[in-house]
Write a protein that binds this ligand. Structure first.
Ligand SMILES: CSCCC(=O)C(=O)COP(=O)(O)O
Ligand SMILES: [Mg+2]
Length: 223
């Protein structure tokens, strides 16, 4: 019996275009100024140190900024980039320039599942801060109270079964009691390898993959 649901964000609860055409360009535009202005903040220093460590190189701040900009252009899911993006998006949500995108069917079904006693979690490449910001600033209001926990790449890559085993362990459910929702075949394969049930969301432009049930939106998911 399914007792917990873990959901991806981009292409699942929220549109691909919001992430690619709104969030990433916003971070790209503000990254340099943000890092220079906050260069002495401990969390920014830590992130820049992690960039250099990832590159196995000694790098000054400007070299780190150039590397981070390149990673945004390549849509790399590297933890210090994701961490800094979350900090930068916070300003955009605070000012009202960013509104967290959330499909209406996802908002309704998440609410219903929670009312039915289902435990709900998020697993996204976006940092935990970025996840809370998105769900905290939707046109349906702040829906963070629906979620019991959040996971990002600090738990592990989304294409590796071990990440899903770690999530199951952390939330205290057997993998067979957990349903994982995503648009990406490699993520669904990894979750199933860990023993989770899966559903592929077929939002705009997503092609169905083999071996997983699929749904055009949250309203038709059954388990
Ligand atoms: C938390 S919203 C930003 C999502 C993001 O940065 C990203 O790279 C998309 O990752 P997902 O795992 O949700 O597909
Ligand atoms: Mg996705």
């Amino acid at each position: 019996m399914i007792r917990a649901i873990v959901t991806d964000i981009e292409g699942t609860t929220s549109s691909l275009s919001f992430v690619k055409d709104v969030l990433f360009p916003y971070a790209r535009k503000h990254l340099g100024v943000y890092v220079r202005q906050h260069a002495n903040a401990p969390e920014v220093r830590q992130a820049l140190g992690d960039v250099a460590e990832h590159c196995c190189a000694r790098m000054n701040d400007e070299q780190c900024i150039a590397q981070l900009e390149q990673w945004i252009d390549e849509d790399r899911k590297i933890t210090p980039l994701k961490f800094l993006q979350g900090l930068i998006w916070a300003d955009g949500y605070r000012s009202g320039e960013l509104v967290g995108d959330l499909y209406e069917d996802a908002a309704n079904r998440l609410q219903q599942w929670r009312s039915d006693g289902m435990a709900l979690y998020v697993f996204s490449s976006g940092s935990v801060l970025a996840q809370k910001l998105l769900f905290g600033h939707t046109r349906y209001g702040d829906i963070n109270s629906l979620f019991s926990g959040y996971f990002d790449t600090s738990t592990g890559p989304k294409q590796e079964a071990g990440s899903y085993r770690s999530i199951a362990c952390a939330i205290g459910f057997d993998p067979h009691e957990i349903l994982f929702l995503s648009d990406i075949a490699a993520e669904l394969d990894a979750a199933r390898q860990a023993g989770m049930a899966t559903y592929q969301l077929l939002r705009e432009g997503t092609a169905p993959c083999e071996g997983h049930p699929h749904a055009r939106d949250f309203s038709v998911i059954t388990f």
